[in-house]
Design a protein around this ligand. Structure first.
Ligand code: SF4
Ligand code: SF4
Ligand code: SF4
Length: 337
């Protein structure tokens, strides 16, 4: 029997994390309940099952914090053995020299680490982990030294760190990193609780992207990607031609599908809605289930007559699922500004 090809999967190795970022979008993260400890055996079994059910182009190990998994290198090896590209999305605080060397030997393609500010106090205010700034900046510098094209800084722009965007980009540049994901704060998880403090007013959002654009123009060897869709009626992206804005798609071949270590499948890593479990049904069947396809084909009422719909798609509607419990609403950021 032929297996489906899935371009991009975010594989969540654990819910646990040593940080408690104020903006963390993980839907299970609302600060109210203790998180279960990592289960390396189950993660390994589920990964094997997933790789037997689909041919996966790229798998990104995420969480929670994936470096909490003692067997993360075995998992990377299992995926590489199947010809899958592997990326690691980590907060960088536990990336030891040995761990990095092993990732390089295994041919891991990219390591993404959030750097939220050039100011340690601002970074740690957001991560709520003392000492995290020095560890994250050191880890990113080491990654850039051994994986020049695979080192990615992630700058989550919130109202707290937006004023320091130029300095943060300078720090990233000085670390030798040339790839930056610039994502605006997206509502969900801990970010729901801290929304009022973190959400960007439209003029602050525009200024932050203008700062990124100016930096990109001055540093043509850098690459900037904005991966969280922002409604086009909130942010016209045409003044920022040096930032690559990506758009969400309901077609799973054009967006990352989330799979947890327990086998739960979701639309993407921001979505809280489990649409099936790979221990019960193969992932190909789950993703092509007519009920699921219909659920994600719905168009928000307020976007119905919008000329920008085919591009914008109503913004991030996984955020709508987190806030309204429905994919049928437009991005909740529109009501927060
Ligand atoms: S955003 Fe990442 S590093 Fe921060 S608490 Fe969430 S999973 Fe941990
Ligand atoms: S599709 Fe909806 S969210 Fe996007 S620009 Fe149009 S009205 Fe705004
Ligand atoms: S729903 Fe939101 S988080 Fe999910 S892929 Fe689309 S833009 Fe990204």
């Amino acid at each position: 029997m032929s297996v489906p090809t899935i371009g991009n999967i975010v594989f969540e190795l654990t819910e646990a994390c040593n940080q408690c970022c104020r903006f963390c979008y993980n839907y299970w993260r609302d600060g109210s309940t203790p998180l279960p400890p990592p289960d390396p055996k189950l993660a390994r079994k589920t990964l094997r099952r997933l790789l037997s059910q689909a041919s996966v182009g790229t798998i990104s190990f995420s969480g929670g914090e994936p470096m909490l998994l003692k067997n993360i290198h075995d998992l990377a090896l299992a995926a590489r053995f199947k010809g899958t590209h592997v990326n690691v999305l980590t907060n960088g605080t536990m990336l030891t020299e040995d761990a990095l060397t092993n990732f390089v030997s295994l041919g891991v393609g990219a390591i993404q680490i959030p750097i939220l500010s050039a100011n340690a106090a601002v970074h740690e205010y957001l991560t709520q982990l003392p000492g995290s700034w020095a560890k994250a900046t050191d880890a990113l510098r080491r990654v850039a030294a051994v994986m020049p094209t695979g080192a990615y800084a992630v700058l989550v722009i919130t109202a707290v760190n937006a004023p320091g965007v130029p300095q943060t980009l300078q720090l990233i540049y000085d670390s030798g990193v040339r790839n930056v994901m610039v994502n605006r704060f997206n509502i969900g998880g801990m970010g729901l609780r801290n929304c009022r403090e973190l959400v960007l007013k439209p003029e602050v959002l525009k200024q932050a992207f203008a700062d990124v654009e100016a930096f990109a123009v001055a540093h043509p060897d850098m690459h900037f990607v904005s991966g969280v869709c922002t409604p086009l009626c909130l942010l016209d992206v045409s003044p920022y031609p040096h930032i690559k804005f990506t758009w969400c798609s309901t077609d799973f071949s054009r967006r990352p599908v989330a799979v947890s270590y327990k086998g739960d499948v979701r639309f993407c890593n921001h979505s809280p809605k489990v649409i099936g479990n790979i221990w019960e049904r193969p992932i190909g069947e789950i993703l092509s289930d007519p009920e699921t396809v219909a659920r994600y084909a719905v168009v928000p009422e307020k976007c119905r007559d919008c000329a920008l719909l085919s591009r914008c798609n109503g913004g991030c509607r996984a955020a709508s699922e987190q806030v309204y419990g429905s994919f049928a609403e437009a991005d909740p950021i529109l009501e927060q500004i």
